[in-house]
Design a protein around this ligand. Structure first.
Ligand code: ATP
Ligand code: MG
Length: 571
């Protein structure tokens, strides 16, 4: 089984459920039904270890591992590590961690580099069949021979080299006898093909570069098209699922497999995920990291799985999102709000409630017995009775949110102002009697009275209050830094720019706001990195890995409602 945890309540394990299958699952179901490959289903997720996985990869992971699980098949994790100059072991480790974190485990951990020898042998076989040749043209010469979409390519003099000469040159390429760029190995397909990928595609290039796994064993490396399909075939992949931009590579995928007469893996394409306010290309994400626009690959504003995890996303919320967006053949743009809503849905179920004040205003309750503290019962999660209750301390000095008080309050302001009464969550009615100001005339403290008869939140005389506000007891409040995150980009599509525009110009300057003197209820001192909470009335938060017992650091994961849409429509 590909899925590990108990929370796969989507349509896994039951492909015949009412929910209509997407077009890829339909193909798989049909193949299984007719007993193709004995009804066996083998998929793979093939990341190139040149960066961290992002939310787009999650779509591919959920699809590949999901299908394997639903059809009693297997999914391999295959590192497509054919480009030694950009790849690193660090990325291999992070990819494994992220796939596991999402809740999936692979049947086999594979590396395209493990197939280098086999690929090399097959390349010699194509040469012997007269279907591959060594081309010694320069890049410019190759380009000029290539033709255009409307004009066939032309052969260069190397295309007619004998099998012996090709084998000799190719072996010397492998042995390190030539500098980078001196020769390439090309498949001899069709120089007049309408599909440019079929005009004698390059199979190997010379690259004197150390590989993170094979070291200096190789100085020729296979091109994606030559490595990918053959790797699929070696692993007996039945359904090789990739994104639409590879559709045009499919004829070549099939051609190589046919020439070699090896296991007939087949490729199927689906639309990649594009998200509003987000860039998903690894090149751009790397630019953000290297230019210090973010603190690293796991900056909580990054769309990487490491970033989303640190932000407070749960694996389940991401899987729910991937299920909601489905799988289609048409490229489109998915609203970031959909991802955030999946997150809210999951956290609403699983996050315990706490009280925290981000912008504290001191309140002295003048009629509360001096020196007294009491413990009040608070519900941990109204969505989940089993989460139980906790005790929250209350005393004559508390903090409330500064914006829950207004000096010259309009009629419709139902929270605190001199003469107005509110309910303190889990506690009492509180009435503001007077304010204390500093020399600058700013309100620095409220003088209030409470009604001891209203413990638990209602008045025996039946009088009503219109607002309930949160608070934290001053005496044992925990001081914390809270990091308020928002969209990393200010424009909906930072990928669609005018010429000369740089996507980095559109970074949201308010994507991170630091709140340094937040007050948390005391039990949060025990919270550990990765713990999730709903801070009542404020949103969902989680403890950052920078957090220490002395100085807790809390990330805002997401607000309770989609405030972005509202704020930005007004403009
Ligand atoms: P990028 O364009 O971000 O550099 P990539 O396609 O080069 O990504 P790979 O590591 O080669 O990244 O991708 C591994 C798998 O994940 C591939 O099958 C690829 O098609 C898929 N994938 C990558 N980006 C997305 C996306 N945005 N939506 C869905 N699948 C994706
Ligand atoms: Mg790629």
């Amino acid at each position: 089984m590909a899925s590990q945890d108990d929370s796969n309540d989507n349509n896994q394990n039951n492909p015949e459920q009412e929910k209509p299958l997407d077009f890829i699952r339909e193909i798989v179901a049909r193949d299984v039904a007719v007993g193709k490959h004995g009804g066996r289903v083998q998929t793979r997720f093939p990341p190139e270890p040149n960066g961290y996985l992002h939310i787009g990869h999650a779509k591919s992971i959920c699809l590949n591992f999901g299908i394997a699980s639903e059809f009693n098949g297997q999914c391999n994790l295959r590192f497509d590590d054919t480009n030694p100059t950009k790849e690193e072991a660090e990325f291999v480790d992070s990819i494994k961690e992220d796939v596991n974190w999402l809740g999936f485990s692979w049947a086999r951990e594979c590396y395209a580099s493990d197939y280098f020898e086999q690929l090399y042998q097959w390349a010699e076989e194509l040469i012997r069949q007269g279907k591959a040749y060594v081309d010694s043209c320069s890049l410019e010469e190759m380009r000029s021979h290539r033709g255009t979409v409307t004009q066939a390519g032309t052969a260069c003099e190397h295309r007619d080299r004998s099998v012996e000469e090709n084998l000799d040159l190719f072996r010397r390429m492998k042995a390190g006898g030539f500098p980078n760029g001196a020769h390439v190995l090309r498949a001899k397909v069709d120089l007049a093909a309408g599909n440019m990928n079929m005009r004698d595609p390059v199979m190997y290039r010379i690259l004197h570069s150390e590989h993170h796994r094979t070291g200096n064993d190789w100085c020729i490396y296979p091109i994606y098209d030559w490595a990918h399909g053959q790797s699929d075939s070696i692993e007996k992949v039945t359904h090789s699922i990739c994104t639409l931009e590879f559709e045009i590579h499919r004829p070549l995928y099939d051609w190589y497999i046919e020439q070699l007469g090896i296991f007939p893996s087949k490729q199927y394409e689906f639309a990649r995920l594009n998200l509003t306010y987000t860039v998903l290309s690894k090149r751009k994400l790397l630019e953000l990291v290297e230019g210090n626009h973010v603190s690293g690959w796991d900056d909580p504003r990054m769309p990487t799985l490491a970033g989303l995890r640190r932000r407070g996303y749960t694996p389940k919320s991401i899987r729910m999102f991937c299920e909601k967006i489905g799988v289609t053949k048409y490229n489109g743009m998915t609203d970031l709000a959909l991802l955030e809503n999946s997150l809210r849905e999951d956290l609403n179920r699983c996050a315990q409630r706490r009280m925290a004040v981000l912008d504290p205003l001191k309140v002295t309750i003048t009629n509360y017995p001096q020196g007294q503290t009491e413990l009040l019962d608070a519900v941990n999660n109204p969505q989940d009775e089993s989460a139980g209750k906790r005790e929250v301390p209350f005393s004559g000095t508390i903090y409330i949110e500064r914006n829950d008080f207004m000096e010259d309050a309009p009629k419709k302001f139902f929270r605190l102002s001199v003469g107005r009464e509110v309910r303190l969550r889990y506690a009492y009615f509180l009435k503001c009697e007077d304010v204390v100001k500093n020399e600058a005339g700013e309100v620095v403290e409220l003088l209030c009275t409470y009604d001891p008869e209203t413990r638990g939140g209602s008045a025996p005389d039946g009088r009503k209050v219109k607002a309930t506000i949160h608070w934290v007891c001053a005496e044992n409040a925990v001081d914390a830094q809270v990091r308020l995150y928002d969209h990393l980009f200010q424009i909906e599509n930072p990928n669609d720019l005018a010429e000369g525009e740089d996507f980095k110009e559109h970074i949201n300057p308010n994507s991170l706001i630091l709140v340094d003197h937040a007050k948390l209820e005391p039990c949060l001192a025990e919270a550990r990195p990765g713990d999730h909470f709903q801070f009542e009335r404020l949103g969902y938060f989680c403890v950052d890995r920078d957090s220490t017992k002395e100085k807790p650091v809390i990330n805002r994961t997401v607000t309770l409602r989609d405030t972005w849409a509202k704020a930005n429509k007004k403009k």
